[in-house]
Design a binder for this molecule. Structure first.
Ligand code: AP5
Length: 215
């Protein structure tokens, strides 16, 4: 059973690596960023609230995000294992996660993997990131381009750039990561479940390291 948390700055490759892990290990990815972006697209109350924070590169309030994850982890498809991508991002979120796993689900985390990438590389990566709004596949215009320019290989849909992937917002997201999220490495190091992985290698090399850790 793999119950995993993916840590790392924005653009470290958490989404890219999760696509491969869920295929090979038959577990689900729970991305709080994806859940919030869907809520924004649907125009729900959650989406309206979240958009204000996301557009400014700030974190959505802890109580909102903790409630979302709590409901999602109770769903049946999480029972065979999960990757938490983008959660927790603060100490209160990490404490709430420990409590909900223990009290509500009677399980614990098996792995916390932190992808390590320098801030300079992050900006290069995120300004070139494109996503398919139809099937969700991610690309990079230089490192992982689609066959036809700006068109998804899987479903022929025009690719889009995320609203928060503007350079100014990326810098704010990086500051939030260093101030509020990076300390979670110590939190999980103390629980002896943290492994750090060099995220600056090619996606295939990074995946090989992750697969070795999970196997
Ligand atoms: P979220 O969606 O979680 O964004 P993030 O953590 O900033 O991470 P990203 O999805 O941007 O990056 P990634 O690591 O998945 O990188 P990717 O694989 O795409 O959160 C967005 C917002 O939602 C937050 O700012 C916040 O407002 C809110 N939110 C979410 N969760 C929250 C929470 N728990 N609490 C409060 N608020 C929350 O890769 C990036 C690019 O690099 C791609 O183009 C890819 O092709 C390329 N790439 C990947 N790996 C490599 C490699 N090895 N070499 C070269 N290029 C690579």
């Amino acid at each position: 059973m793999i119950n995993m948390v993916f840590l790392g700055p924005p653009g470290a490759g958490k989404g890219t690596q999760s696509e491969q892990i869920i295929k090979d290990f038959g577990i689900v990815q729970v991305s709080t960023g994806d859940i919030l972006r869907k809520a924004v697209k649907d125009g729900s109350e959650l989406g309206k609230l979240a958009k204000q924070y996301m557009d400014e590169g700030k974190l959505v309030p802890d109580d909102v995000i903790i409630g979302i994850v709590k409901d999602r982890l109770k769903e049946k498809d999480c029972q065979n294992g999960f990757i938490l991508d983008g959660f927790p991002r603060t100490i209160p979120q990490a404490e709430a996660l420990d409590k909900m796993l223990k009290d509500d689900l009677n399980i614990s985390l098996t792995h916390v993997i932190s992808l390590e990438v320098d801030d300079g590389k992050i900006i290069e990566r995120l300004t070139g990131r494109r996503t398919c709004p139809q099937c969700g596949r991610g690309y990079h215009i230089s490192f992982d381009p689609p066959e036809k320019q700006e068109i998804c290989d899987e479903c022929n849909t025009q690719l889009v750039q995320r609203d928060d992937d503007k350079e100014e917002t990326i810098k704010k997201r990086l500051n939030v990561y260093h101030e509020q999220t990076e300390q979670l490495k110590d939190y999980y190091r103390k629980q002896s479940i943290l492994t750090t992985v060099d995220g600056e290698k090619t996606p295939d090399e990074v995946y090989k390291n992750i697969k070795d850790i999970l196997s």
